[in-house]
Design a binder for this molecule. Structure first.
Ligand code: FMN
Length: 319
């Protein structure tokens, strides 16, 4: 069972924070198909503190997604503490601090994976954030800056000492980006060394791999990223396998219904024009691995009205 501070998570399956994807709509979809905990895409602490409307708009939640974790990025302890308070007040159940983002634009400001090189700063951040909120605080991190600087053990010790309630490890270095394999031996190592819950992340591409990670007890929870985009069924399939049942493949009808529901939520959240624009990108994900996907995607690009788009969906998923 996964427990983060006082929050008992319904099951150990977690949706990873993914910029441009894990908005309130995607999180609700993941929840609907069995995720126990969902995280927002990373939100700029500076943007929240400076009250930037676009950043504030990212703090939109629906009751169905709770408990929801909001991930903040930043490098300044005071700013992160203030942003954490704003986030908690807005309704987040958990605040997460990003210590893994490899993107240059983020690292240049000292945030994301750059924090893995600054143990003192990590302690200041955790201490300030913990004082600012009453909700649980989690950290998501990588192994270190590069193979010469594997700071995971030191940073995770500090994170624990400063009162973090759980830790997620994506066991690649900043330099690796998404290349190579996630080294799960580090997750097992962290689970041995730390007392707080450890959530394992990286390359969990099929339900079977998630089940294996949980049953071997190398971690307390599994966080699924890329494999959940356009494929929320991975949560239900993993849950089925955990209870000894065979996982079922979603029918084309179920895919069609889910896609439509997702689009409906996007249009409600962002208005029709932006909602449909976002939907187009998502449909690439929802058709991944399906037959005739290449043709469908080509047609999507040239679909210039809602009617055409809806017609394409019907033909593709039901035709
Ligand atoms: C498009 C994309 C956006 C991401 N955005 C974030 C983010 O905002 N915060 C974060 O901590 N990780 C982010 N990640 C990393 C994922 O949370 C996760 O650690 C990584 O994808 C490895 O897990 P996976 O193999 O299950 O995808 C992102 C990954 C992708 C592919």
């Amino acid at each position: 069972m996964l427990r983060i501070g006082p929050i008992q998570i319904a099951n150990p399956l977690v949706l990873a924070p993914m910029a441009g994807f894990t908005d309130t709509c995607a999180r609700r979809i993941a929840k609907k198909f069995g995720a126990g905990l969902v995280y927002s895409e990373m939100v700029s602490a500076a943007g929240l503190v400076r009250k930037q409307p676009a950043t504030f708009a990212m703090l939109a939640f629906h009751p169905e997604e709770q408990p929801v974790g909001v991930q903040l990025f930043g490098a300044d302890p005071k700013e992160l503490a203030e942003a954490a308070r704003i986030t908690q007040d807005a309704g987040a159940a958990i605040v997460d601090i990003n210590m893994g983002c490899p993107v240059k634009r983020v690292c240049r400001t000292g945030a994301g994976a750059a924090l893995l090189r600054r143990p003192g700063r990590v302690a200041e951040i955790l201490s300030a954030v913990k004082k600012a909120v009453t909700c649980p605080v989690t950290v998501k991190m990588r192994l270190g800056w590069d193979t010469k600087e594997l700071s995971v053990l030191e940073i995770s010790r500090i994170v624990e000492e400063q009162g973090a309630d759980a830790l997620t490890l994506h066991p690649r270095t900043r330099a690796q980006g998404f290349r190579g394999k996630a080294d799960w031996s580090w997750i097992a190592r962290l689970k041995e060394e730390r007392r707080i819950p450890v959530i394992g992340n990286g390359d969990l591409v099929r339900p079977g791999v998630c089940v294996e990670a949980l049953q071997s007890k190398v971690c307390d929870g599994v966080m699924i990223g890329r494999a959940a985009r356009g494929n929320p069924w991975i949560f239900a399939q993993t849950m089925a396998m955990l209870s000894g049942k065979a996982p079922s493949t979603p029918s084309r009808e179920l895919r069609y219904k889910t896609v439509n529901l997702h689009i409906e939520w996007l249009c409600t959240q962002y208005g029709k024009e932006q909602g449909l624009r976002r939907a187009r990108f998502l449909l690439f994900q929802y058709s991944r691995g399906l037959s005739r996907a290449a043709r469908f995607r080509q047609e999507l690009v040239s679909a210039d009205s809602e009617e055409v788009l809806r017609g394409l969906l019907r033909t593709y998923f039901l035709g």
